[in-house]
Write a protein that binds this ligand. Structure first.
Ligand SMILES: Cc1cc2nc3c(=O)[nH]c(=O)nc-3n(C[C@H](O)[C@H](O)[C@H](O)COP(=O)(O)O)c2cc1C
Length: 401
């Protein structure tokens, strides 16, 4: 069936690209209803958008309706997706503030359809902490963002903030619809973040894991219709919308939480950076600095992935291998040794990969397929690729049943 897309166009210099986006969507068989903000009509005429979308264009909320059909409600209810491209800083701030002062913001407020924003603005505006704050707030609420590109902007400045080419925006929409619910009915367990192994009441051993990869996987699995349980070590990240989170501190707590939920899940993605060792003794009082050398004995923590590999039934088990040398060799060994179905290998020494950063450079290795060597991409994009591979395994399993 034809999907209905409400295309919101706002007052950005990139508004002319909205015509091409509408044209490509119509060619691909989507029904495109355009809502323009009054500012957008300064950049591109409603007539152009009307001719391309082959539908009346909506601008004024107080137009006398031809039939008794309140526009923002009917547009909001009829949408399978609301795509705002380009999305101004102003529009994003307004939506985040819960305002509904024009037809587009009112429709966004009223809709239950997924909403995708493609921000386009000057780098200074994009990098402004206020804008970044609202964007991350909206992401936490389940709104989806297409990352702007870096390059020369219309204002002459160079940097991030450019609306991607119309073909890329449309490819994002197509990808969104094709992956929309391909994990429906699956219960996915994701582990994320570091663990902390206490040394004394004020000190602990840990690592640099930010949890970003695991949280991106949890959010993406949820977006695709899975029931998601996230077991997370300490992070500063917002809880992904619709995901049940269990917070833990130590490797032992993570092991216990994982064991409790493991029998209930279909897929496990172990993205947490669990400490391999813990101090043998946790001292009750703070250790004093009255000695020149302090020797701390460490014990191995439980091998959570090893346990899951040993005890798994027909569940799909995915691990991560973050290495600093001979990455693929170690990853292949780990895949076999831990009885995994997939392993995501990354070299921590490569620029743009590993802890803390928003990007990763990885290779996805499975038992039977040729390794998938991926370029540098955002953790969200990598989460998408990993879940694509998992969906392929789920399909193979279903066909075998
Ligand atoms: C020539 C020109 C180009 C602009 N380009 C952008 C832009 O790319 N992104 C943006 O956020 N604002 C841009 N603005 C500012 C917006 O048009 C302004 O914030 C407006 O109120 C947005 O209204 P809207 O969000 O209701 O469409 C531009 C303004 C002018 C005059």
């Amino acid at each position: 069936m034809k999907k209905n897309i409400v295309l919101g166009v706002t007052g950005s210099i990139a508004a002319y690209k909205a015509a091409e986006i509408a044209s490509l969507l119509v060619k691909k068989g989507y029904c495109v209803q355009v809502i323009m903000t009054p500012a957008a009509t300064q950049f591109i005429t409603p007539l152009t958008m009307q001719a391309i979308s082959q539908q009346p264009v909506h601008v004024d909320m107080f137009n006398n309706p031809k039939e008794w059909d309140i526009e923002h409600i009917s547009l909001a209810q009829g949408a399978d997706l609301v795509l705002v491209a380009p999305a101004t800083a102003n529009l994003i701030g307004l939506v985040a503030g819960g305002t509904a002062g024009n037809l587009l913001t009112t429709t966004i407020m009223a809709t239950k359809a997924p909403v995708v924003f493609a921000p386009a603005m000057n780098t200074g505006m994009y990098e402004n902490p206020i804008f970044q704050h609202w964007m991350s707030f909206l992401k936490g609420m389940g709104y989806i963002f297409i990352e702007p590109e870096e390059g020369r902007l219309a204002c002459g400045a160079k940097g991030k903030g450019r609306l991607p080419a119309p073909e890329k925006v449309v490819a994002f929409v197509e990808h969104f619809f094709s992956h929309q619910k391909d994990l429906d009915g699956q219960h996915v367990l994701v582990t994320a973040g570091p663990t902390r192994e206490p040394l004394d009441p004020v000190r602990f051993l840990s690592n640099y894991s930010s949890g970003k990869m695991g949280y991106a996987l949890a959010q993406e699995a949820r977006n695709r219709g899975a029931q998601v349980t996230l077991i997370s070590g300490p992070t500063t990240l917002d809880t992904p919308e619709g995901v049940v989170v269990t917070e833990v501190e130590t490797a032992e707590e993570m092991f216990n939480a994982v064991k409790a939920v493991f029998p209930l899940v279909d897929i496990v993605i172990k993205a947490a950076a669990v400490a391999d060792f813990r101090p043998r003794q946790q001292v009750i009082d703070k250790i004093k600095k009255d000695r020149a050398v302090l020797v701390v004995e460490l014990d191995r923590t439980d091998d959570i992935l090893g346990y899951l590999g040993e005890h798994k039934s027909d569940q799909i088990l995915v691990g991560f291998a973050a290495e600093t040398g001979e990455v693929l060799k170690h990853a292949h060994e780990k895949l076999a040794r831990k009885n995994l179905d997939l392993i995501v290998a990354n070299d921590l020494t490569v620029e743009g990969a590993g802890f803390q950063v928003d990007t990763n450079v990885a290779t996805i290795i499975s038992k039977d397929r040729t390794p998938l060597i991926l370029p540098k991409m955002t953790k969200k994009e990598l989460a998408c690729m990993v879940l694509d591979e998992i969906v392929k395994l789920v399909k193979v399993q279903k066909e075998a049943d």
